[in-house]
Design a protein around this ligand. Structure first.
Ligand code: HEC
Length: 160
């Protein structure tokens, strides 16, 4: 039965972001703990984002740092359009997971690595590239061209 073999091991589509440690931080965020109580009017997008990653750090949440490739800061401000190459990373400070978004011919592709540069996308269903797309592509009014953070970030306001 070859039918089931093809999906057995997910692989990152985005490459490892060499040098990410020195890229500018655009946002400090969090993976919320599993027992967080969200306000009733919380959007479906945020609810899904929280529940998808509530397993991080044994359900206790983790700080998340978002960094953007230095040559793509301007593109990130406007949610693209993006040139080819790695665009942004989100780094879980506790688990050491590095979420990667790369662009190829205008399309976003995704991957997950640990800090040793090993592909960990098959280690959890929520780290598979297809799963990333399901959120980053589906919520078109929030995620444009594959990036989700608010385009007008406080950090830019401070520097202007
Ligand atoms: C259920 C929704 C959801 C899924 C699934 C998801 N993300 Fe995200 N992603 C978000 C949200 C929300 C943010 C913005 C977080 C913030 O600004 O605090 C984000 C931000 C990011 C960022 C920072 C750059 C940016 O602004 O978009 C990267 C990189 C990223 N995600 C990659 C990934 C990868 C890789 C996967 C799959 C392994 C993934 N995401 C799966 C919702 C999701």
């Amino acid at each position: 039965m070859t039918l089931f073999v093809t999906n057995a091991l997910a692989a990152s589509l985005a490459s490892y972001p060499e040098g990410w440690e020195t890229w500018p931080v655009v946002k400090e965020s969090v993976n919320l703990p599993a027992d967080v109580v969200l306000p009733e009017d919380t959007s479906l997008f945020i609810q899904e984002s929280v529940s998808s990653y509530s397993w991080i750090n044994n359900g206790q949440g983790s700080p998340l740092t978002i960094r953007v490739h230095p040559e793509k800061l301007e593109q990130y401000k406007t949610h693209g359009p993006y040139t080819d190459g790695i665009t942004a990373v989100a780094v879980s400070e506790v688990e050491g997971i590095i979420w990667v978004t790369e662009h190829i011919a205008g399309e976003a592709i995704y991957g997950s690595y640990n800090r040793q540069g090993q592909d960990i996308s098959s280690s959890h269903p929520a780290l598979e590239p297809q799963f990333c797309s399901s959120c980053h592509t589906r919520y078109k009014d929030i995620c444009k061209n594959g990036t989700c953070t608010e385009p007008v970030l406080k950090v830019y306001g401070d520097t202007n």
